[in-house]
Design a protein around this ligand. Structure first.
Ligand SMILES: Cc1cc2nc3c(=O)[nH]c(=O)nc-3n(C[C@H](O)[C@H](O)[C@H](O)COP(=O)(O)OP(=O)(O)OC[C@H]3O[C@@H](n4cnc5c(N)ncnc54)[C@H](O)[C@@H]3O)c2cc1C
Length: 465
């Protein structure tokens, strides 16, 4: 991996330039290299991994971004295992804590048993959602029956129409914040339904055992990207934002601040709204331009608090909590083992978190942990947080996934992955199945590589004739 393009000048002419060194970009590069196609991956940040980033608290490496893999996420699991990375089961023993309407209680399983009526209402809403998701075409949601109607309202509007109880709405709001980085009122119902279907349904989405939160990567998720980049060597350059992509019948020219790279094709893997930071010549068609203006990422922040020991375990608690009062709305136990340090990972709502200075953020998180886990939570040994929408993340600020607003999916969804001449798109937002996950990102990288490799081979055949 190189720090800039000041390297072997021959490398500035390759078959394919890949923009972005997240999972999509790096796996596209790996697949192309394996088929004999020359590549250069150009990354704007000074690191690889994109939305996967490693942090440290009390000497323990933690995932500031992407964390979990499900047993069904075979593409990212295969990649991790080929690179010598292993998985650790998410700790899930004991009771979970619920803080709702100022009341603390404990529960077991995925859905809190607030009261029999509340539980019944959550079941009713979940069933109605699952019924609607079964009608959605994951690969072309805009072609689903009733797509226009489902896209014209927000998930929040739909919860109102269903007369969801306050407690159900609070739980759906937590789900929305963690999946899309926004409240239910800000996300299109069609986008929510399509996403739920793409990730295997609500149970799979929220469960630990057998579900999306089953395992963590022991070495951290960014380490997978680092190892893959290491294998790709000088084919990956970091700290080099792409500013312009021009194309004509013979190829593309990708411009950075210091260099022009000539190639036959480009694969762009940035989040959709970040395509707007690149000057495309010729310009993107109107619909593709619309994608860059409307598919904004939601926002999400994370904080990790370390203790001498995972003290909650000895009180029979799992370290898993849901709360309806900010900034923390979910916690998980990501301690290495029983002996310590104990580490609680918390998801925080940026609206009531990011604007505070770091001392205030720490104070607010710890205060909430005391409410959830008792006075011992007030004696931490270390703390770290990461605000994904902060300026320290200039090339992809935001959160996990786009918060696609009503009317946006049907209008622009079909342009997300439609190639622009010699420019092809990959990245998790272009995924069908497993959208929103590292697994989806890997699949889109591999699929884009296969499509482009065929074209490169086709142009070589023509040249040989
Ligand atoms: C807080 C958080 C928690 C998450 N939790 C999970 C989880 O538990 N499990 C899971 O599976 N997924 C999770 N995700 C989602 C997962 O991280 C993403 O789906 C996946 O990493 C996306 O990979 P990608 O390659 O498509 O995009 P990215 O990782 O966004 O990569 C795109 C790259 O393009 C670069 N770039 C942008 N513009 C330019 C430019 N002009 N020039 C050059 N480079 C540019 C960016 O810097 C970035 O490195 C989480 C994400 C976040 C933020």
């Amino acid at each position: 991996m190189s720090k800039s393009l000041e390297r072997d000048s021959k490398a500035t002419s390759v078959d394919v330039v890949i923009v972005g060194a997240g999972f999509a970009g790096l796996t596209a590069a790996e697949r192309l290299v394996n088929t004999g196609v020359s590549v250069l991956v150009v990354e704007g940040r000074d690191r690889v991994g994109g939305r996967a980033r490693t942090g440290e608290v009390a000497g323990v490496q933690v995932d500031l971004g992407a964390t979990w893999v499900s047993p069904r996420h075979t593409a990212i699991r295969d990649l991790a295992s080929r690179l010598g990375c292993t998985t650790t089961s998410q700790f899930d023993e004991g009771d979970n804590v619920l803080w709702m309407a100022g009341q603390r209680s404990t529960y077991t399983g995925t859905i809190p048993e607030i009261s029999p009526e509340a539980l019944e209402d959550v079941g009713r809403i979940q069933m109605a959602l699952e019924e609607l998701t079964s009608t959605i075409n994951v690969d072309a949601a805009w072609e689903s029956p009733d797509a226009g109607r489902l896209d014209a309202i927000s998930f929040g509007d739909w919860l109102d129409q269903q007369q969801a109880r306050t407690s159900t709405r609070a739980l759906m709001s937590i789900l929305s914040k963690v999946q899309w980085g926004c409240g239910p009122e800000d996300v299109s119902l069609l986008h929510a339904l399509r996403y739920i279907r793409a990730v295997g349904g609500i149970d799979h989405m929220l469960s630990v055992e057998g579900g999306q939160n089953q395992d963590r990567i022991t070495e951290t998720t960014q380490e997978i990207a680092r190892r893959l980049a290491q294998q790709l060597g000088d084919r990956v350059v970091v700290g080099t934002p792409v500013r312009r992509i021009t194309q004509d019948d013979s190829g593309v020219t990708v411009s950075t601040d210091s260099e022009e790279i000539n190639a036959k094709y480009a694969i762009v893997t940035t989040a959709p709204s970040h395509r707007a930071d690149i000057d495309f010549q010729p310009a993107l068609p109107d619909k593709a331009e619309g994608v860059t203006k409307t598919w904004h990422l939601g926002t999400l922040s994370k904080a990790f608090v370390a203790y001498e020991k995972p003290f909650w375990r000895s009180s029979g608690l799992s370290g898993e909590a849901l709360t309806d009062t900010g900034p923390v709305f979910i916690t998980f136990d990501v301690s290495p083992d029983d002996s310590g340090p104990g580490v609680l990972m918390t998801f925080c709502d940026p609206r009531v978190f990011d604007g505070f200075n770091s001392e205030d953020r720490r104070g607010r998180v710890i205060q909430q942990l005391v409410e959830l886990y008792g006075p011992q939570a007030g004696i931490p040994i270390d703390y770290v947080d990461h605000c994904w929408s902060a300026e320290s993340e200039p090339f992809a600020p935001g959160g996990p996934n786009p918060a696609v607003a009503p009317y946006t999916y049907v209008s622009y969804g079909s342009a997300l992955a439609e190639p622009h001449g010699r420019v092809h798109w990959a990245g998790v937002e272009t995924a069908g199945e497993w959208a929103g996950t590292m697994n989806g990102a890997v699949l889109t990288g591999q699929q884009a590589a296969e499509r482009v490799a065929q074209r490169v081979a086709g142009s070589a055949d023509k040249g040989a004739r």
